[in-house]
Design a protein around this ligand. Structure first.
Ligand code: NAD
Length: 447
């Protein structure tokens, strides 16, 4: 169901009335479209302590600021962060971006660790107060980090509903040529380096990447399929046989292939592997279900079904594909968690357990030396309130609370989750692994 309140606050009388009544005033977010692929206005790059250039009268407001705070190693250094950003908070454009670059808190240097951790509190607070559809993130850079694709994403309209996140970026896992360094490429997989180079160059042609998205018939999964296809992948769209009709529509829309498989079927992993003889570059575990009941009323069946679809099948399918060499070198695995898996939610012990399990899976698999050695990254998105059929069915008042209880004052769109998946799945995101990125407008739940 459309967010009518957001439409109303976008009108002059709506703005006037909501301001007078002290009601939330969510800003219409600037999202990616073929006609608005970039933010309007310059990106300022400053080192903490550096003053921004004075705003020229009538000039274009900055669309983003990237503040390098990696060198801050004690509490006194934090003053420089305030000094650089204080003048910009008022001038940064609507739907603008603040990205603070930090360093990993260093276990050996207590003062550095304190100062770098302080940046997290700073960023999360600024995200909550900055308003006007603007977002704030902390990107922690490890030595040798390759943060290009991450900054491209965060400084674009594609990250419209991602705010208050702390994202760690390291050097590309596996290093260049990991695929050739004695790792088992799937038969017929070809030279990963060529495919990657072509995809980076945006050529698509010889290097078209193959992606598989589960639960692609509708909702978030259908949008993930469309976004990966936009970004050059051939997408295999998977869903249950009962959804075959809608699945065929998605597959046709994205120029992909439909694959009807129930991921909980005992032979699901084998059937998926058989459908991708050349191997997969991108594996997106999106299929998920809810069977909400408080624990006191939850049947064993309601528990098992959710754990089976959301978690157990994810583990089984991934294990099998990795063992079969069906995830190609430099592959990308993206799981779908939820803010419920971080914060917990009434009536969702089964769902939240399954989604927290996805987070555990992602972190452990990302750290696996065999997976890293092959240059494979493993991450998760954790959506908040996303406008889908699932959330349209939520009772009105709970739905309104879900929509407004975040820093951007509105629900996200399936497109917002899809853009985040596509960034994590990009060839250039080899330095991003083991991350759980919330797509929740900085939801107050588990914030
Ligand atoms: P949805 O119900 O609209 O779509 C889920 C799709 O998964 C459906 O097409 C369904 O047929 C498919 N599916 C279910 N069981 C399957 C199985 N056994 N095998 C293959 N396919 C199966 O849901 P959505 O809102 O688009 O959510 C997508 C994902 O995002 C889910 O994992 C969900 O838990 C997660 N999520 C959604 C929200 C939200 O606000 N919508 C919030 C947090 C997390």
């Amino acid at each position: 169901m459309a967010d009518r309140y957001l439409g109303f606050t976008g009108t002059a009388p709506g703005r006037f009335l909501t301001r007078r009544l002290g009601l939330p005033q969510p800003a219409a977010l600037r999202r990616w479209s073929p006609v608005t692929p970039e933010l309007d206005g310059p990106v300022l790059r400053l080192t903490a302590g550096e003053a921004p250039p004075p705003a020229a009268p009538g000039g274009t407001a900055p669309a983003a600021v990237v503040l390098d705070a990696t060198g801050i190693a004690d509490p006194a250094g934090l003053r420089a962060v305030r000094a650089s950003l204080h003048p910009l908070v008022r001038t940064l454009a609507a739907s603008g971006r603040v990205v603070v670059l930090g360093a990993r808190p260093d276990g050996a240097d207590v003062h550095q660790a304190a100062a770098q951790q302080a940046l997290e509190g700073f960023v999360r607070s600024l995200g909550k107060e900055i308003g006007r559809g603007r977002t704030v993130q902390l990107v922690r850079l490890a030595p040798g980090a390759d943060a290009g694709s991450t900054l491209d994403f965060l400084l674009s309209p594609r990250s419209a509903y991602v705010s208050g996140q702390v994202i760690e970026v390291g050097p590309e896992v596996g290093g260049p040529g990991a695929g050739e360094a004695g790792v088992d490429a799937a038969p017929g997989a070809g030279a990963a380096g060529d495919a990657e180079g072509a995809a980076r160059a945006g050529t698509g042609a010889a290097g078209t990447r193959t992606a598989l998205v589960t639960g692609a018939a509708r909702g978030i999964g259908a949008e993930v399929a469309a976004t990966l296809a936009r970004d050059g992948a051939h997408v295999i769209c998977l869903d249950v046989p009962q959804a075959a009709e809608a699945l065929a529509v998605t597959a046709a829309r994205v120029g992909g292939t439909a694959l009807t498989v129930d991921i909980t079927a005992p032979d699901a992993a084998e059937r998926i592997a058989a459908a991708v003889p050349g191997g997969l570059d991108v594996l997106v575990h999106n299929a998920g279900i809810t069977r909400d009941r408080k624990l006191a009323n939850m049947t064993a069946e309601g528990w098992d079904t959710v754990i089976e679809v959301n978690l157990a099948s994810v583990l089984r399918v991934t294990d099998h594909l990795l063992k079969a060499g069906a995830v190609r070198p430099h592959g990308r695995i993206v799981g779908t968690a939820s803010i419920a898996g971080i914060a917990g939610n009434v009536g969702q012990t089964n769902y939240a357990a399954s989604k927290a399990g996805v987070i555990g899976f992602v972190r452990a698999l990302a750290a696996d030396s065999g997976v890293r050695g092959r240059g494979i990254t493993v991450n998760a998105v954790a959506p908040g309130f996303i406008e889908t059929k699932m959330t349209a069915a939520v009772p009105l008042f709970i739905r309104e609370a879900g929509r407004r209880m975040n820093s951007l004052g509105q629900g996200g769109l399936p497109q917002d989750v899809a853009e985040t998946v596509s960034w994590l799945a990009a060839p250039g995101s080899g330095g991003v692994t083991g991350q759980v990125v919330r797509v929740c407008g900085q939801s107050l739940l588990g914030a």
